[in-house]
Design a protein around this ligand. Structure first.
Ligand SMILES: Cc1ncc(COP(=O)(O)O)c(C=O)c1O
Length: 355
């Protein structure tokens, strides 16, 4: 194999240096495993399929947010703050991972969530309660601006009582947070070695996709990164991911490495945020039955359905191996129990003595 040109070597050693120099608090169990999924690959007619198990990052039952929070929460290492605030939807993985991370760092967490009324605190709401995360729930309002305003107002109240809040924006999707996925691409490059690969991941607030796209440019240049939007249209996602990636590149001392036209996003598989789609439900059942892999209806189920769709329609190249990034979100499953009631026969058998 020809040696890399010296120019690239110098740039990469500077990138490595900068990646280590940006503030970070270790939170995730890394590296996450990269596992073969041979039955799903055969089912879809693909040469190879690997699952990058970021559902095993070890914080609040795992997920992608652990990598982002390592960078987002770095300022709390100064000891200046005593409570972390963040925002999210009704079953926000980001919010609950932030609460878990805060506890791991010896801090308290307070959450502003919003959405349709909830009858019970299931799934992530239950975990938030276990972490003692005081929660303000905006009934029927999950608009980003409303959530951010409510968080700011709460932070003001807290400061007035002498508390020292640290605020994390929606999804932890900041230029710093996206560095978690630049680092993840370095990790994946070491696991895969060089060569072509197609990486498929769920997209919400775009920080993960931004980090993957930038990380691919730097560490895995032969990779095609494919984002599957769970709820929003593709164009604003590509623009936001490119903007975040430019911010992350600047933190590494680099000019922007990609524009929105370089960010591949598919939005045909999206649905209303927080609501399961039929294709997502099928993908969840097929993944569980073919590979013993659990997915959730809000993010990874929709991303897997998107991946199935792109594989079946030939948008993905069947000859090039695929890596499906499992971004976690499993506690959400436990708030969707009704959607899977009929997934397998369940027969109640009365003991002989009770007949
Ligand atoms: C399980 C899961 N997967 C994927 C995503 C999307 O990540 P991002 O918000 O960085 O686009 C999220 C975001 O909340 C998530 O919770």
């Amino acid at each position: 194999m020809a040696a890399a040109p010296p120019g690239r070597e110098i740039v990469m050693s500077l990138v490595e240096e900068r990646l280590e120099a940006v503030g970070r608090v270790p939170l995730a169990v890394l590296p996450t495993p990269l596992q073969e999924a041979p039955r799903l690959a055969a089912h879809l007619g693909l040469a190879g399929l690997l699952v990058k198990r970021d559902d095993l990052t070890g914080l609040a039952m795992g997920g992608n947010k652990a990598r982002k929070l390592e960078y987002d929460l770095a300022p709390t290492a100064s000891g200046e703050f005593d409570v972390v605030l963040t925002v999210g939807g009704p079953q926000s993985n980001h919010a609950v991972l932030t609460a878990a991370a805060a506890r791991r760092l010896g801090l308290e967490a307070k959450l502003v969530l919003g959405g349709p009324d909830v009858a019970h605190r299931k799934g992530n709401l239950l975990l938030g309660a276990l972490y003692g995360a005081e929660t303000r729930y905006l009934l029927d309002d999950d608009a980003n601006d409303s959530l951010a305003a409510a968080m700011e107002a709460w932070a003001c109240e807290l400061r007035a009582t002498g508390r020292r809040p640290f605020l994390v924006p929606l999804g932890g999707s900041t230029p710093n947070g996206a560095l978690g996925y630049v680092r993840a691409m370095r990790e994946l490059a070491a696991q895969l070695g060089p060569g072509k690969v197609q990486l498929v991941a769920a997209v919400g607030s775009c920080g993960t996709l931004a980090g993957l796209a930038l990380g691919a440019r730097l560490f895995l240049p032969a990779a095609r990164v494919v984002g599957i939007s769970v709820s929003r249209e593709a164009d604003p996602i590509a623009a936001r991911a490119a903007e975040l990636a430019a911010g992350s590149a600047a933190l590494l001392g680099l000019p922007p490495q990609l524009g929105s036209a370089d960010v591949e996003v598919h939005d045909a598989f999206r649905g209303e945020y927080g609501v399961a789609t039929e294709a997502g439900r099928e993908a969840i059942l097929e993944s569980a039955r073919l590979e013993g892999l659990l997915l959730d209806p809000v993010y990874t189920g929709k991303a897997m359905a998107g991946f199935f769709g792109l594989a079946r329609s030939g948008v993905l190249d069947p000859a090039v191996p695929v890596v499906f990034l499992h971004t976690g979100g499993l506690p959400i499953l436990f708030s969707f129990d009704d959607d899977f009631d009929d997934a397998a026969p369940f027969t109640k058998v009365f003991p002989r003595s009770a007949r």
